[in-house]
Design a protein around this ligand. Structure first.
Ligand code: SF4
Length: 205
């Protein structure tokens, strides 16, 4: 029997957390066709951020609308990318992942690495199939670039992924005014010391 409490709980879980949906991409989930869910809000303020509307904006799309959209994409898409903003900040993330995986989609998460406990729990529950972890910089320039003090969280997320079975990649954004050649070398050295298993990607701004 559904109680009023169940109804309120479901309503909370389906509340608007998603800013927009990209219905199709061949680029954002390696070897998979996918759509992208852009989650509103972020706990960093990277100076080169190309998604300020999403970072500063509020969610506009009810999760039920996403489920309705995905029902029509079964057997057409392989996976769903959770991006943003920072999707790990959303308290109902586990519920969203569980529902979407039950529909048969693979799930990739894009994260800035600021929520190690969330990642650890989701990886342990096998709710993520692939992770892209942003490596903004070593500690030396992390605060300057992200305007946050979350480097320790990034380090902890990297440690968790290095010890987990979930495949992942590490990627960075190179802004020539912010990351110099010696900074990139320091990042490479850092990853070599971390014995990371990830693929590492660099992109230029
Ligand atoms: S972590 Fe990503 S979404 Fe958040 S401010 Fe930085 S670039 Fe923008």
């Amino acid at each position: 029997m559904n109680t009023n409490k169940d109804y309120i709980s479901l309503k909370e879980k389906t509340a608007r957390a998603i800013y927009s949906v990209t219905p199709f991409t061949l680029l954002d989930y390696p070897n998979n066709t996918a759509c992208i869910l852009w989650f509103a809000g972020c706990n960093m303020r990277c100076v080169y951020c190309y998604n300020p509307d999403i970072v500063l904006g509020k969610g506009k799309i009810d999760f039920n609308e996403v489920i309705h959209f995905l029902q029509k994409r079964k057997n057409l898409l392989d996976g769903v990318v959770f991006s943003g903003g920072e999707c790990t900040l959303h308290k109902n993330l586990e519920f969203y992942l569980t529902e979407i995986k039950h529909m048969g989609f693979a799930v990739k998460i894009d994260t800035n690495g600021s929520s190690p406990k969330v990642i650890e729990k989701l990886v342990h529950k096998k709710l993520i199939d692939y992770i892209a972890l942003d490596f903004k910089s070593t500690n030396y320039k992390f605060e300057k670039i992200t305007q946050s003090r979350l480097f320790n969280c990034f380090e902890e997320t990297l440690r968790i992924l290095n010890n987990a079975a979930t495949p992942f990649e590490i990627r960075t954004t190179i802004h020539s005014d912010l990351l110099l050649e010696k900074d990139l070398q320091n990042m490479i050295n850092y990853l070599e010391r971390s014995s990371t298993k990830a693929h590492t990607l660099f992109s230029n701004l």
